[in-house]
Design a protein around this ligand. Structure first.
Ligand SMILES: NC(=O)C1=CN([C@@H]2O[C@H](COP(=O)(O)OP(=O)(O)OC[C@H]3O[C@@H](n4cnc5c(N)ncnc54)[C@H](O)[C@@H]3O)[C@@H](O)[C@H]2O)C=CC1
Ligand SMILES: O=C(O)C1=N[C@H](C(=O)O)C[C@H](O)C1
Length: 266
């Protein structure tokens, strides 16, 4: 299989470290560089806690792309930086695989337009775990029969964005098959602001942040005399890596931006 040259942005992060291990253990993946905020010019294997890979650390993404000419950028950083890296990658002919969440609809539209103009593949995946993709697909199926839906997403307390990218994507998929509906009593009133959570096309989304959690989501469907709950739990970040691997392989054959792994995994 042809070698795929990869740059990882955010290599010291929780997800970034896991992605480096994936690359180390995948024969046809080569790490050619990483983009970090510190340790300019050092090698990955000089940094405590990172795998034994000798790719160079860059603090300047442009220099990294120019000197390493990667096929793919895996971005696992923050919303602002992820946006910047994804756009820059497309400018430099590098295919972005973005796991970073917190992008707006406008960001997605802009990046999609850019990828189309440049005819460069890109993947933005709010969740790489196969179980979470199935949860979204099952939720979309169930929404045809149950119109009253609440999403509860639960994450570790270091997460920057709320609601999670997964919850937003789930609500988008549901609202694509369900007529708009205002849920709850028409005269309901929040005594404490936010009690009913965020709202997307009438679907309420509740974000829980607690230490000890990783990434969890439950979608609750209410009907007369019945409740259907669909839940997914990621107990570690390795759970996301098979989706990262498929994304890196798939993006090599794309010429547009794909938002969501449900569009790739049949
Ligand atoms: N799509 C998916 O399946 C998943 C997505 N995520 C998302 O991935 C992102 C990262 O999550 P975590 O690893 O938990 O966060 P983290 O906070 O552990 O890691 C983020 C890393 O980005 C680095 N960073 C910040 N600014 C940077 C810059 N200018 N250049 C290079 N690196 C920079 C930080 O130093 C940090 O090491 C988040 O947006 C999160 O929501 C997390 C888990 C799964
Ligand atoms: O920040 C996280 O941890 C996660 N972020 C993604 C999201 O916002 O949905 C994916 C997963 O839930 C873990």
């Amino acid at each position: 299989m042809k070698q795929i040259k990869i740059v990882v942005a955010g290599p010291r992060g929780r997800m970034g470290k896991e992605a480096l291990t994936l690359i180390e253990n995948t024969e046809h993946f080569s790490l050619v560089g990483v983009i970090d905020r510190i340790n300019e010019g050092k090698k990955v294997n000089e940094i405590k806690g990172l795998p034994n890979l000798d790719a160079i650390i860059y603090t300047d993404a442009i220099q990294c792309f120019q000197e390493t000419a990667p096929d793919v950028l895996i971005d696992l950083t923050t919303p602002e930086i992820g946006r910047y890296h994804a756009e820059l990658a497309l400018d430099y002919g590098v295919r972005p695989v973005v796991g970073t969440t917190g992008f707006s609809k406008l960001d997605l539209e802009r990046l999609s337009k850019l990828a189309k103009e440049r005819q460069i593949g890109a993947i933005i995946a709010p969740n790489f775990a196969i179980g979470a993709i199935l949860l979204m697909k099952f939720s979309q199926m169930a929404a045809k029969y149950f119109k009253d839906i609440e999403i509860i997403e639960l994450h570790h307390d270091q997460k920057l964005d709320a609601p999670s990218g997964t919850a937003i994507k789930t609500a988008e998929l549901i609202s694509s098959v369900r007529e708009s509906k205002k849920q709850g009593h028409p005269n309901e009133h929040e005594t404490i602001q936010g009690a009913r959570g965020a709202e997307f096309d009438g679907i309420h989304i509740h974000s829980v942040r607690l230490p000890g959690l990783i990434a969890h989501q439950e979608v609750m469907f209410g009907g007369h005399g019945q409740l259907l709950s669909i839940r997914h739990d990621s107990f570690n970040r390795e759970s996301f890596m098979s989706g990262v691997k498929v994304s890196v392989e798939t993006v090599m054959n794309l010429e547009v931006l794909v938002y969501g792994l449900e569009n790739i995994i049949e």
